[in-house]
Design a binder for this molecule. Structure first.
Ligand code: 5GP
Length: 182
């Protein structure tokens, strides 16, 4: 059995939304766009744990400018599936951002509250520039305006899993993005 065969097997209850090949194609495109935009510069990419890890690890392999990787872990307080915007930092980055070109890499923007807080927090550290790169944009539920520089996919208002995104900790390892059927 070939390595790629696992792509076609879906866990019970998960409906395909974006296939593995489509994701890989788009991530490669984003890597090229970012490499051109930051030509002759060095960058710092900051992935928001845990959801952005898979996206970041594929993306960086298509970025050709010198770069560093760091990680930020946050927890959002809120009820149910809705974040309140009260974001607590569980793990801060270790890189000094002063005068650096920084890209925040996030899995999904829903209400926008989490990315808004992270963006303002990192802006306080006086980077030379601060951009946002998100795998999924779910604009239907936006409550706070956040500027997104790079989006891989815009999706409808569905709860998605796979390619780093979880449901109760599971499904992050799926190479595609799917919807958990209720
Ligand atoms: P926001 O603050 O934009 O409402 O929420 C962002 C966070 O909510 C994301 O980083 C992610 O952890 C979670 N989230 C929002 N929508 C989804 C979704 O459809 N699937 C999963 N797995 N997480 C989501």
């Amino acid at each position: 059995m070939g390595i790629g065969a696992a792509t076609e097997s879906f866990p019970t209850g998960v409906e395909l939304l974006i296939g593995a090949d489509e994701i890989q194609h788009r991530v490669r495109e984003l890597g090229s766009v970012i490499s051109e935009r930051y030509a002759n510069q060095t960058i710092v990419t900051i992935a928001v744990l845990n959801g952005a890890v898979v996206f970041l690890s594929d993306l960086v392999r298509h970025i050709t400018v010198p770069m560093e990787i760091d990680f930020l872990a946050v927890s959002s307080y809120g009820c149910g599936t809705r974040s309140s915007g009260e974001v607590r930092v569980l793990k801060d980055i270790e890189t000094d951002l002063l005068g650096r070109h920084v890209i925040i890499v996030e899995d999904i923007v829903d209400t926008g509250r989490t990315l808004d807080v992270i963006h303002r927090m990192l802006l306080d550290r006086k980077p030379a520039s601060l951009a946002t790169c998100v795998l999924l944009d779910k604009p239907a539920r936006r409550e706070v305006h956040v500027h997104i520089d790079h989006t891989a996919f815009t999706i409808p208002d569905r709860f998605v899993v796979g390619y780093g995104l979880d449901s109760a900790g599971y499904y992050r390892n799926l190479p595609y993005i799917g919807v958990v059927k209720s």
